[in-house]
Write a protein that binds this ligand. Structure first.
Ligand code: GLA
Length: 399
C-alpha cells in the first residue's frame, strides 16, 4: 500500500494552479463533447449487485432514485455495469442476456428516461469484459451505434483483456466512435490509472479512473485518496479524475468513515456514483436514514458540483494524519475539509490565511451539522472524529 501523502502545497500555488488548469481547458477543447461540465452523478450496479443485473432491477432502481430523493438531489445516470451482454449476432451486433433483459436494452433505457433520469451502460476496450462477456474491440463503431439507437447517455469502458493494445489510441478510437454515433454520450474511461490517464485522458474522455477498484472498507478509501488527490491540477469542467464509485450504504464502514468518504469525493470534484441498494433508501430503518443523511447532503453535493470545477487539494498535513484540504468555489468562498486519519479524535484548525482567504472575518457553515457562524475571526477550530471529517464552507465577510 502506498505511504500516506505527506506533501504540503504552499497556498500561493493554489490560485496559480487553478488558473493554469482553466487555461489548459481552453487549449484542449478540440475533443470536448460538451458534456459533464460538473462531475457526473448517478448510480451504478457493480458495487452492490456485481453480475446480478436485470431489467427489473434497473426499473426498480429508477423508481427508487425518484422516490428516495436521489434524482432531485442531482443523481442522474443509472448505469448497468458488467454482465448484461452475452454474445453478438450474425451482423456483429451486441446481444443482451434475453433471460435477464427480455426485451433487450432499449425498453430499459426508455423506462429510465420516463423517470426523468439518464441511462448508462458498460463495455470493455478489449476482446472480453472483466467478467468474460464480449468486449468492444473491433466493434467500436457498431457498438457506439447500438448504444445511440437504444438511447444510452453514458458509457463506462473497462480495460480487461486488452493485452497488446495502446490505451490512449484505443480509447481515442472509442471516443471517435461515440462522437460519430451522433448522440451526446458521457465517456467514462476505466483503465484503473494503469497507463497514466491523467496525462492523456482529458482530451479523450469525460472521466477516467485513477486507481484500482474500491472496496467497502476504510483502508481502500485511504489508498484511493492518497493516489487520486495527486492529480488535482488536471481536473476541469468536462474532464474529471474518477476515484471510483461510492460505497456509502453498503455496510462495511462506520458513519464517520462514510461521511469522510463522501466529503473527500466532493472535495476531489469526483463523479458521485452511488453504489448501494437504493431500493432500501426509503425504508424507515436507522441504516436507511444514515445513508440518506450522507448521499442527500445538498451542502456537500454543492461543493462537488461547483461550477468553477477545481479539484480540491491538500494544503497542510502536519502531523501527517491530520490533513487540511481546500477547494476554491465559484462564488469566492472555499470548501475546507479537516480530515482526521488517526485512530483518536483530535482538535483541528482552519486558519483563514492558510486556506487562501485574505480576510479576518468570515461566515462559516458546517456542512454536516448545517449550522452557520458569522463574524468568525482568523480561524475555526473543531474536534474531528477519528477516521472522520469536519467539512466547512467559508465566505470572507470583511477585513
Ligand atoms: C472492473 C472495473 C469495475 C467493474 C468490473 C466489472 O474491475 O474496474 O468497476 O466495472 O470490472 O467486471
Amino acid at each position: 500500500m502506498p505511504t500516506p501523502l505527506r506533501r504540503v502545497i504552499p497556498l500561493a500555488s493554489l490560485a496559480a494552479a487553478a488558473a493554469l488548469s482553466i487555461g489548459a481547458a481552453r487549449a484542449e477543447h478540440r475533443h470536448d463533447n460538451g458534456l459533464a461540465r460538473t462531475p457526473p452523478m448517478g448510480w451504478n450496479s457493480w458495487n452492490h449487485f456485481g453480475c446480478n443485473v436485470s431489467a427489473k432491477l434497473i426499473r426498480d432502481v429508477a423508481d427508487a432514485m425518484a422516490a428516495s430523493g436521489m434524482r432531485d438531489a442531482g443523481y442522474q445516470y443509472v448505469t448497468i455495469d458488467d454482465c448484461w451482454q452475452v454474445s453478438r449476432d450474425a451482423g456483429g451486433v451486441i446481444v443482451a442476456d434475453s433471460a435477464r433483459f427480455p426485451g433487450g436494452i432499449k425498453p430499459v433505457a426508455d423506462y429510465v428516461h420516463s423517470k426523468g433520469l439518464k441511462f448508462g451502460i458498460y463495455t470493455d476496450a478489449g476482446r472480453r469484459t472483466c467478467e468474460g462477456r464480449p468486449g468492444s474491440y473491433g466493434y467500436e463503431d457498431l457498438d457506439a451505434k447500438s448504444y445511440a439507437q437504444w438511447g444510452v447517455d453514458y458509457v463506462k469502458i473497462d480495460w480487461c483483456n486488452a493485452e497488446g493494445l495502446d490505451a490512449p489510441a484505443q480509447y481515442a478510437k472509442l471516443r471517435d466512435a461515440l462522437l460519430k454515433s451522433g448522440r451526446p454520450i458521457v465517456f467514462s474511461i476505466c483503465e484503473w490509472g494503469s497507463n497514466r490517464p491523467w496525462e492523456w485522458a482529458p482530451a479523450v474522455g469525460n472521466l477516467w479512473r485513477t486507481t484500482g477498484d474500491i472496496q467497502d472498507r476504510w483502508n481502500s478509501v485511504l489508498t484511493i485518496v492518497n493516489l487520486s488527490s495527486q492529480y488535482w491540477h488536471v481536473a476541469k469542467p468536462g474532464a474529471w479524475n474518477d476515484p471510483d464509485m461510492l460505497e456509502v450504504g453498503n455496510g462495511g464502514m462506520t458513519r464517520d468513515e462514510y461521511r469522510a468518504h463522501f466529503s473527500l469525493w466532493a472535495m476531489m470534484a469526483a463523479p458521485l456514483t452511488a453504489g448501494n441498494d437504493v431500493r432500501t433508501m426509503v425504508d424507515s430503518t436507522r441504516e436507511a436514514a444514515a445513508t440518506r443523511d450522507i448521499l442527500l447532503n445538498k451542502d456537500v453535493i454543492a461543493v462537488d458540483q461547483d461550477s468553477l470545477g477545481v479539484q480540491g487539494m491538500i494544503v497542510g498535513s502536519s502531523p501527517p494524519d491530520l490533513q487540511v484540504w481546500v477547494k476554491p468555489l465559484a462564488d469566492g468562498s472555499r470548501a475546507v475539509l479537516l480530515f482526521n486519519r488517526a485512530s483518536v479524535p483530535s482538535p483541528m484548525t482552519a486558519d483563514w490565511g492558510r486556506v487562501g482567504l485574505k480576510t479576518k472575518q468570515a461566515r462559516v457553515r458546517d456542512l454536516w451539522t448545517h449550522r452557520d457562524s458569522s463574524g468568525v475571526a482568523d480561524r475555526y477550530t473543531a474536534t474531528v472524529p477519528s477516521h472522520g471529517v469536519v467539512m466547512l464552507r467559508v465566505w470572507p465577510t470583511g477585513n
